[in-house]
Design a protein around this ligand. Structure first.
Ligand code: ADP
Ligand code: MG
Length: 247
């Protein structure tokens, strides 16, 4: 128990460090992206050079994806607050509506009552964004992703559970054991392998848990389940154990 706690604190501290770096990278990255854009659209620059700039632009977009999509919300400087779970989940779904439209995916969100959780809005957003992105990427076209929030209890602790299920290709056994490791991806250059690692770091830091169920034979999809306690043990900005916040 003690060791597990120390491990999750270490994970959280690493996650924060990564997020801080991502944040610091963002400003110069934006500046370079703008410069490349200016050159690309400059008619006096020959087409051969513009083609090179196109490549530069694509690579910049990739760095930006790593910095923002995976870690962008993580560095949340606000205080932990009471969060409306349904509102947060709908907000996350809206962020990725274009990505879903391109695969003609439907997404349903169903949350019991008016469930609230206590935590950092940015971090919780990060958790469900990362899961939703994975669900979208795994989904077959024309299928539905279901998100379901309800009251839950885990080892006698009150909280909420959120289930996210997709009708995708499922997770093969050899992938299942490495899913949460940093930089593990089956998406080659399109993946970062940071999504689930960051997600688990956030969830465990808050005293929650994450798990999944999947079927590959036949492929009928995957369900990720996140449990978050209503009352969380916070870790301060430097990764040291802090005080307990009560809802
Ligand atoms: P990335 O998405 O960048 O590859 P993640 O940490 O988010 O990194 O996920 C790691 C791996 O877990 C993915 O490459 C994929 O193989 C697998 N995975 C995650 N979510 C799902 C899902 N819903 N369905 C199928 N495979 C998944
Ligand atoms: Mg991912």
């Amino acid at each position: 128990q003690e060791a597990a706690l120390r491990q999750s604190e270490k994970l959280a501290a690493t996650g924060r460090l990564a997020a801080t770096i991502a944040h610091e990278i963002n400003n110069p990255l934006e500046a370079v992206t703008n410069l490349v854009y200016l050159c690309k659209t400059d008619p006096t620059i020959p087409t051969s050079v513009q083609r090179l700039l196109e490549t530069a632009d694509n690579e910049l977009a990739r760095v930006s994806q790593i910095a923002q999509q995976t870690l962008g919300f993580y560095r949340d400087t606000t205080r932990p607050a009471s969060i409306d779970l349904a509102e947060l989940l709908h907000g996350v779904v809206d962020l990725f509506s274009r990505k879903m439209m391109s695969k003609r995916l439907q997404c349903t969100v169903k949350v019991d009552g008016d469930l609230r959780i206590f935590g950092l809005q940015g971090e919780i957003k990060q958790v469900f964004s990362n899961l939703l992105v994975n669900a979208i990427e795994a989904s077959e076209v024309d299928t539905t992703i279901q998100i379901r929030g309800r009251i839950a209890q885990r080892s006698g602790i009150n909280g909420v559970s959120v289930l996210m299920s997709d009708c995708g290709h499922g997770i093969p056994p050899e992938v299942q054991t490495r899913l949460f490791s940093p930089f593990f991806t089956t998406k080659q250059s399109l993946g970062t392998g940071l999504g689930l690692w960051v997600t688990r770091g956030i969830v465990e830091k808050q005293g929650g848990a994450i798990g999944f169920r999947t079927k590959t034979d036949p492929p009928t999809g995957t369900i990720f389940r996140v449990f978050l306690p209503a009352q969380i043990r916070e870790v301060d900005a430097f990764g040291a154990p802090g005080s307990t916040f009560i809802q």
